[in-house]
Design a protein. Sequence first.
Length: 225
Amino acid sequence: MSEGGYMRLSIRCPHCLGKSAAEDHEELSRTVGEIAYRCRNYRCGHVFAARLEVVRTLEPSRTPSPLVALPVSAHVRRAPVQAALLASECDADDEADYLAELARPLADWPAAPSMGGALWGTAADAEADDAAERSRYRYITIRCPHCQAGAIAVASRELSRTLREVTYRCRNHRCRHAYVAQLEVVRTLSLSSLPCAEVVLPLSPHVRLGQLQALLQASAQAPPG
Ligand SMILES: [Zn+2]
Ligand SMILES: [Zn+2]
């Protein structure tokens, strides 16, 4: 689930629940990114786009950008936050301390004993992944919207087959922004061969639906073998 204390951002295919690998990543704004995932189950073959959007702040940035207005989580107690802000002038340069506790889980939902399941791979999965893929997992994150530094995922929960929430912490010790992003599967790029009836996603406009339907009809009539 974690590697060097850092979680890898992976996602399961909403149709077959198999592991998926990120193929592409695009930043749409300071708070929104889009990721293309490919299901690794070759019998399924689903390729889909997921939207990763910062939705609320857990710990305010100490270097806030005027370009970013995020709601603060209602579950976060204000007193510790204000105390931290007051203390910030004293420890703002204490980079080593901050980085040492960077991977500490932080979320505005109760800690679950099986954090992840559907979102995070197991230690065995991590060993199976090659180095290139690990670096890609790390790359696919959403940068801190305030200071634009890299961030690490420290907690997650699944809300449905197509929606997860992920907590990130900014790596920049001068900023220290902690925030929640929603990762939502938003459309299908290539159809699953093992579709789940509960999962209804819009099709990307590039899918040539008419030709697909003609092919499916012809395949159903052809003798197997
Ligand atoms: Zn799949
Ligand atoms: Zn930051």
